[in-house]
Design a protein around this ligand. Sequence first.
Ligand code: GDP
Ligand code: GDP
Length: 436
Amino acid sequence: MLPVVALVGRPNVGKSTLFNALTRSRDALVADMPGVTRDRHYGVCHLGARPFVVVDTGGLSGVEEGIDALTAQQVRLAIDEAQLLVFVVDARDGLLPQDQGILGELRRSGKPILLAVNKTDGLDVPQALAEFARFGLAATLPLSAAHNRGTEDLVAAALPLLPPDEDEPPEHVEDDSIRVAIVGRPNAGKSTLINRLLGENRLIVSDLAGTTRDPIRVPLERDGKRYTLIDTAGVRRKARVEEGVEKFSVIKTLQSMAAAQVVVLMIDARENLADQDLTLIGHAVEEGRALVIAVNKWDGMDSYQREQCQRTLERKLVFVDWAKTVFISALHGSGLRELMRAVVRAHASATHPLGSADLTRTLEKAYEAYQPPLVRGHAPKLRFAHPGGANPPTIVIHGSRTKHIAPAYRRYLENFFRKRYKLEGTPIRIEFRDGE
Ligand code: GDP
Ligand code: GDP
């Protein structure tokens, strides 16, 4: 399960700049998709050997409002769920009383704290750090988030402070089942769907051991296919493990997505598509997950309402037009066969084996049909391609001047490859490399 790191500190110290530096997409998968919403507060950092969730807790004002600010729900939730707190201070402001106040609150949590002294660009670094030595924090690092200096060191310092990566239970290592995360806003119908899927198959939810923090994995067999449902809320409710009132947690959603191969995003057909839905789609895409959109509560809607709903979705979800939209009623069990077929299809696309020779031939065809615009009289050259991984299918293209390739051309190539290999339900990652 992905560990969680929370960035805390006064407003304006550079937390969101640091957040962006830590979570920027490896290859602009999202940047290339106009319309996709990037979450400003939650992301996954892939800069180190082990990915982790990063939460930007926003500004805490410190002493005067210290406790009030800290009881703000999202901040508290983030600090509660975090395994490491990165306390960001501003080297230019020096040590302020508010910083002391915030540190006091952080210490009370008993969690490890890493001090990031930001904005050290143009300053005498040892001197800048010396001022904060009074905090008595062993782990202190200079940083210039705006210039992306010190971020890799920060990640390197953070990783050993995280709880050890527990090995996956062995049955999951050899497992050939499709790992599916069912995510969505509260009330979309996630637990109804999961109960339906499990109930119909009279599957016994047997081993729900583990702490309440872990996403639960439940095996499911249907039409001869094996799945592992990864869920944090729905399954647990079925098993009647009391957990109090459930709060929607982006962190848990991100953790489920990370553990899955295919994400089923559930939306309620009777509600408008919310920013939060788009943000969840953004997360799934950014993590390269295969995606199926399940529009639930399709029962009891008349044909006019259905048409309106379909049209709105088509318009708002153009940026993931490769993802299949399935209309279901979790309550009545309709559309579930189609849903699971879409999951299997998306998984097959996401893990479709690609060969270098064929990729290169396809690249040549795409290049012949349409070349990237000239850059100062020279055309970027694309020479050959090879596979760079699955889930998402990754295509590495070697050439020259590839930095100048515009997002529109990248999308053209993506669509070309998508058609050639009939890749449905998965994002495709294209990486350009210059030289050779
Ligand atoms: P937040 O309120 O803590 O999220 O702070 P922001 O990330 O919004 O940054 C506040 C301001 O500090 C912005 O104007 C940033 O451009 C600037 N800033 C952030 N990091 C650095 C840095 O490393 N060096 C300098 N000189 N400015 C920075
Ligand atoms: P979750 O919070 O996403 O797990 O949502 P639930 O599964 O708890 O469902 C929320 C509410 O929507 C419950 O009252 C369900 O009975 C209802 N619901 C779920 N699926 C359907 C459906 O397909 N049709 C209708 N009409 N109601 C549904």
